[in-house]
Design a protein around this ligand. Structure first.
Ligand SMILES: Cc1cc2nc3c(=O)[nH]c(=O)nc-3n(C[C@H](O)[C@H](O)[C@H](O)COP(=O)(O)O)c2cc1C
Length: 197
């Protein structure tokens, strides 16, 4: 890890805190972009559940579209847009993706509300749902299965960590020029520069 990477992570964490402080309704919501085997990019919102020098963590169903795309092509882009922060701020992260450890996923799963834990079992995420009742029946069935017990983590539900190779911050400015600062790891060394906005 280099000082510039530390600086980029600190900038990110500072902005996230600021977004929370100014009342952003979903400060950890981020667009996750992946590319599957066919080369078609796909994007959806997920929640950031952890960030440190190892990278940016989110949790999902490994058998979902995104899960299968990441298995085929373990690279991703993340995008935060904090609309109510300053004059709007965007943070963009790109890098390789790796699974989190089973212990890490277990600990996070255990911290979730019971309804979400049951939901993780009941939802065949990204597959065709013939009727809403079918989903409700599956929820009821898993509630019964785990009645009186702790809900264990489904084997196909876990986290991914995006290990940054690029982090970029775009700062809006209503009456001035926008600012854009990019950090990237080139030949193993973190560098930073400004870009035309
Ligand atoms: C605010 C918000 C937060 C979400 N958070 C997550 C999340 O953390 N994990 C997840 O798997 N899906 C999350 N979703 C649902 C995803 O956007 C998406 O519909 C789902 O993961 C299926 O995506 P896929 O078919 O591309 O795999 C969230 C949706 C919204 C609107």
């Amino acid at each position: 890890m280099t000082d510039l990477y530390t600086e980029a992570l600190k900038t990110f964490s500072g902005l996230l805190e600021e977004a929370r402080a100014v009342g952003d309704p979903e400060p950890t919501a981020m667009t996750l972009a992946t590319v599957g085997e066919g080369g078609q990019p796909s994007a959806r919102t997920v929640l950031l559940k952890g960030v440190d020098e190892r990278g940016f963590v989110f949790y999902t169903n490994y058998e979902s579209n995104k899960g299968r795309q990441l298995a085929a092509n373990p690279r991703a882009a993340l995008l935060f847009l904090w609309k109510t922060l300053r004059e709007q701020v965007q943070a963009k992260i790109e890098g390789a993706v790796e699974p989190v450890s089973a212990a890490e996923a277990d600990a996070y799963f255990a911290s979730r509300p019971r309804e979400s834990q049951i939901g993780a079992w009941a939802s065949l995420q990204s597959r065709t749902l013939a009727s809403r009742e079918l989903f409700e029946d599956r929820i009821a069935a898993f509630e019964q299965k785990f009645a009186g017990d702790e809900v264990t983590r489904p084997p196909y539900w876990s986290g991914f960590r995006v290990v940054p190779e690029m982090m970029e911050f775009w700062y809006g400015a209503r009456f001035r020029l926008h600012e854009r600062q990019r950090y990237e790891r080139l030949d193993g060394v973190w560098q930073t520069r400004m870009l035309y906005p």
